[in-house]
Design a binder for this molecule. Sequence first.
Ligand code: KG4
Ligand code: ZN
Length: 371
Amino acid sequence: MVNDSIVRVLGIETSCDETAAAVVVEEGSLTTRVWKIDSSVVASQVDIHREWGGVVPELASRQHVRDICGVVEKALDDASATWAALDAVAVTQGPGLVGSLLVGVAFAKTLSFSLEIPLLPVHHLAGHIESLFLENGNLPLPAVVLVVSGGHTNLYVVRELGDYAQIGRTRDDAAGEAFDKVSKLLDLSYPGGPIIDQLACEGDNQAIDFPIARMTHVDRNAAQAVESYSVIMRQHPGRFDFSFSGLKTAVKRYVQARKGSLGSLKLSPQEIADICASFQRAVIKPLLGHTCDAARTFGARSIGIAGGVSANSQLRLEAHALGNQVGLPVFFPSLALSTDNAAMIAAGGLRQFHHGVSAPLRLNAEASLPL
Ligand code: KG4
Ligand code: ZN
């Protein structure tokens, strides 16, 4: 039974290599709604996949099966909540690895059926966007939001709560994927973002002039632009799109050439730090450039940046400086909510709940779910 002033949602996230569960509580009336994280548990599989240099889908789904019961029970324990206290269960329906998604979806459907509570389907990227609202309250709207992770690099205009209009995307690799691949070719660890972030602090970001891609042609596979934006999108083809595969190849060629010239010697720690810093600069520049350009073009009143790469320390620093320069507030999730977690899925579920969206028990996982 849903109390008028309290809605308690269990969120479940298993789209990739993190098994996560969280309890988020909404308190207050329609005008004074506040979201509060009562618990957030993440069981990371990083140690399993590190050995392979990336996520192995089969290993990921098997590990989700092992972890899901304990992770959900811990989320309830940490929140001092009973099963009966749950008002709804939210789950990532997609996009992601289908075998991984299925574990969370099957678990959530079982809970929904046995507890007789609504099943709230959540798009993983909507979850990342809602992580901004979960911790910062309502952003001034319209907001331009960059979702930058291991699987996606997308730009959205959020015109109203829960309304996400995509205006840009990567044409090839996601920014996080580029971090992971560059880390691998420098023989650093997996995932690559945190270690490159750390090493870049010791390097010279002007040491190597890596290329920054500019898209000038229409994206033939683009989703249909929202009616009111289609004119702008047609006038400026590719203006808000990204590309990181050329940069990754440039780093690869540079490293190969340097290793060739060194013979049996290894790259020095300073040279590795310089490569990390220069690569990172070439990623951050288009991310922030396009986000600010979009904010201007679409009359945004705030900027949000979410997803795993939003944990990057230099990106945070430069985004806030740029925000001050253009006079717009810039919002990030906390570091814990930047990478995959279930609190953001519970928040996405609450948004669905208030839009009257719930799923039937035949809900299926969708690897390429559109937003
Ligand atoms: O959002 P996320 O946890 O999973 C996906 O939805 O993909 O993002 C993971 C990505 C990885 O590619 C990882 O290398 C990157 O986020 N990442 C970072 C940092 N921390 C994680 N990238 C740059 N700097 C960081 N500090
Ligand atoms: Zn994610």
